[in-house]
Design a protein around this ligand. Structure first.
Ligand code: 15L
Length: 267
């Protein structure tokens, strides 16, 4: 386990709850926080504080003495700009200011939606690398691109280390054809977060957070730097979900249903 406590924002969300349980079971000293109450039994060694990440002072207090912040809080789906602004932009700033004061590393739950308007590749040769252009597929994806750039800036200016996880689709199992490419198993997520916190050195890192899917859209990233490799694969689900597809716009872009929302381009 890490020598210092780890702060987990968004602890009451789907991924937060899973991380709280699995990292808590391994004896990590976790400080959990969320705007909604923590719905599960508190893991031993964990504490929970109900707070809004719009509240910078509360966040500074929670981060005191922490060596890392797993930032899984904020809006997690496409919403109107005004709803994204507070949690995802201002909240993120508070996370980075707390990390700067503590000398803590930030692990940021970014998303494939920061690049969701890239078209799906037709062959493996065209896989996207970590340094591809941002092509956010909505205000949510835009907030994730901003978060990654904030990490870039805090590393360059203040030496605050950060790992940006471009999470694909982290669910118990894939439910459609797209997820044969984008699925991240819960077990791979836990192992990834472990490495992000425990790795000697992170700098500013960007990682495609999906399982070892043969149909992945994504290629090179900084996984070697932190010593992570996914162990699960979506491929065994092909027979079950490979035929489940949607409209042509949804199927065209990597972001799936997100690019399609409010889409009003003529061609
Ligand atoms: C995300 O960023 C969302 O948080 C999640 O609910 C899924 O929609 C996922 O992306 C995805 O693209 O499948």
């Amino acid at each position: 386990a890490p020598t210092k406590p780890v702060l987990l924002t968004g602890a009451s969300g789907n991924l937060g709850r899973h991380l709280a349980k699995t990292l808590g079971d391994q004896g990590w000293r976790l400080r959990l926080t969320d705007i909604t109450p923590f719905p599960d039994p508190l893991p031993s060694g964990a504490s929970f504080v109900k707070a809004d990440i719009n509240d910078g002072v509360a966040l500074l207090r929670q981060a005191e003495g922490c060596g890392a912040i797993l930032h899984f809080g904020g809006v997690s789906v496409e919403r109107p700009f005004e709803e994204v602004l507070g949690p995802n932009l201002r909240g993120l700033y508070h996370v980075y200011e707390a990390a700067r004061r503590e000398g803590a590393r930030v692990i940021f739950a970014s998303s494939n939606h920061s690049i969701g308007f890239h078209e799906r590749p037709s062959g493996n040769a065209e896989r996207l690398d970590y340094d591809c252009a941002f092509r956010p597929d909505g205000y949510y994806g835009l907030s994730k691109a901003y978060g990654e750039l904030m990490g870039r800036m805090y590393w360059d200016k203040h030496g605050v280390e950060n790992v940006n996880l471009r999470i694909g689709s982290c669910f118990p199992k894939p439910v459609d054809r797209r997820m044969l490419s984008t699925w991240l198993s819960y077990a791979d997520l836990t192992r990834l977060c472990e490495r992000c916190v425990l790795a000697e050195r992170a700098g500013h890192a960007v990682i495609w957070a999906c399982s070892d899917n043969p149909a992945s859209y994504w290629g090179r990233d900084h996984r070697e730097r932190i010593g992570w490799a996914p162990q699960d694969s979506a491929e065994p689900y092909r027979a079950e979900v490979g035929h489940i597809t949607a409209d042509p716009i949804t199927e065209r872009y990597q972001g799936g249903g997100f690019p399609t929302m409010e889409y009003s381009r003529a061609t």
